[in-house]
Structure formats: C-alpha cells, structure tokens
Design a protein around this ligand. Sequence first.
Ligand SMILES: Cc1cc2nc3c(=O)[nH]c(=O)nc-3n(C[C@H](O)[C@H](O)[C@H](O)COP(=O)(O)OP(=O)(O)OC[C@H]3O[C@@H](n4cnc5c(N)ncnc54)[C@H](O)[C@@H]3O)c2cc1C
Ligand code: FES
Length: 261
Amino acid sequence: MSEFQQKCTLLARDCLAPDVVRLTFQAPKIAVTARPGQFVMVRVIDGLDPLLRRPFSIHRSSADGTISLLFKVIGKGTEILAQRCVGDQLDLVGPLGKGFDFSGEQPVCLIGGGMGIAPLLFLAEQLEQSGRETQKDHVLLGARNKDELAPLAEEFSALGYAVQLASDDGSVGHKGFIPDLLDFVLPSVEQVYTCGPHLMMENIVGQCQQAEVSCQVSLETHMACGMGACLGCTVHGKRGLVHVCKQGPVFNADVLAWGEI
Ligand SMILES: Cc1cc2nc3c(=O)[nH]c(=O)nc-3n(C[C@H](O)[C@H](O)[C@H](O)COP(=O)(O)OP(=O)(O)OC[C@H]3O[C@@H](n4cnc5c(N)ncnc54)[C@H](O)[C@@H]3O)c2cc1C
Ligand code: FES
C-alpha cells in the first residue's frame, strides 16, 4: 500500500461546534490513494513540542486532491492544530492503516460516536458514489449535544441516508446512547461499521454478535509512530497482540478479544 509524506497547504478551517474543527488540506498524493477508515499522522507544529505526530482519520477525500480532518480539541496537539491558519503548510504522512471493507451490496448501518463520526462521512460518500440506494442504509450518530451533531447529521442526510441521532443531554434526537437505537435497525441490515468510544463499540459488537450481523470497528489507541515501529498501539486480538496502526485501525470485530483490549 502507498503512503506519502507531504507538506500540505491548509485550505480551509471551519469551526463546526465549540472545540470541534474541520481542516481541509491540499494533499493530492494522499487524496488519490486514501480509502475510508485510513488515517494520517500530522505534525502539528514545526518545533519540538509536541514532538510526536498526532493520528487523525481521513474525514473526506476528494478527486480535486483535498483531504479533510475533523477533530475535537482535547490537549496540546489538537489545541495547536486548531489554531493553524489558512495558507500554513503542515507535514502529513498517509494514508496509513487498513480501512473499511465495503464491497458488498447489502443494506448497512454506519454508527459514529463523538469524533468517531469523522471517518464515517468518507465511508458514506464512497458508498453513495458506488451507486447503491442509500435510502436502505442507516446512519446512527451520537455525541454530547445538538451543536456537535447537527452540522454532521445534515451532511449524511444530504447523501440520502436515514439518519437517527442520540445526544447525552437530549438536545437532539434520543436522549441516551446509540446502542439504545440499534436493536430497531439490526433486523434490516447485514453489515455494521462503527467508530467511537470503546464502551459504545463494545456494546454494539455484542448486539451484532447476538443478531448475527457482521461488524467492522475502527479503533483509536495512543499512537507514537503510526507505522508499526514502536509497538505503542497494540491491543489484544483472539490470536495474540495486533498493531492497530498496521493491521487496523479497522478490524472485523470478531478478531478482537473485547474483554481484554
Ligand atoms: C487511528 C486514529 C484516528 C483518530 N482520528 C481522530 C479523528 O478523526 N478526530 C479526533 O478528534 N481524534 C482522532 N483520534 C484521536 C486523536 O489522535 C487524539 O485526540 C489526539 O492525538 C490528541 O492529541 P493532543 O495532543 O491534543 O492530546 P494529548 O495531550 O496527547 O492528550 C490529551 C488527553 O487525551 C488522551 N488521548 C489522547 N489520544 C488518545 C487516544 N488516541 N485514545 C484515547 N485517549 C487519548 C490522553 O491520554 C490525554 O488524557 C484518532 C486516533 C487514532 C489512533
Ligand atoms: S503506533 Fe507505533 S507501532 Fe503502531
């Protein structure tokens, strides 16, 4: 698989909600080869602090050679990244890792929690471009509140998906958690794709196993190198340790040892 290190010009910086930022870069080599579920390692600043690159899912990738990242400010790296200006050049490495397998024709359900929604918009766009009837597919999105969900929900709806929302505070959609909504959807789909908080995904995997619906999960672990060199991202699979950065971040849920991750 091809991966590139590129100095990429920041073309747009949009604040979707307090502390939630979308950055769009001119990144032609990465955009051409990126698949949904893959990620990039971003050097947020040219100086030494923070030294390590930060991993972000590819949120969008366009034929015009641009990619977008969607992230929440949670620490030093994301704080610096959120303050970068249009026209700045940032060093990106990618596309990295193994993305979603979405070759089937059967109805699917995309489930994103919090910033786990980021890679699912790229997947939703690719599914829609493959010519399938997205009206038969489902999208379940959960986050803290309406501010975080509304702009993203509109983008999935515009692609023709049936979108259901869950918010922690009840400001939009179901007040509670996404797994509460899934039981009603599972009988009509044959494949689930999910990314989000670990506990959410663990619950979803349990529900899918019970309903005998195949499930692919995208894991987020701490990553120092993103390329299989540092062992920092390992989790327990049923057949031993797996590297999330190389063998994932997308896995068939059945290969992971959920109780031990
Ligand atoms: C493959 C992959 C894709 C990702 N995609 C996205 C994305 O699309 N959007 C997004 O907002 N975030 C994403 N993340 C998480 C993102 O990398 C972290 O939010 C970011 O690195 C935090 O950097 P920081 O310097 O701001 O925070 P730090 O100062 O490094 O950490 C702040 C706090 O957050 C915790 N933390 C940091 N990274 C992680 C992590 N990966 N898992 C659990 N806790 C963590 C730290 O332990 C600490 O408590 C992804 C992570 C991975 C591995
Ligand atoms: S992040 Fe270094 S081996 Fe995966």
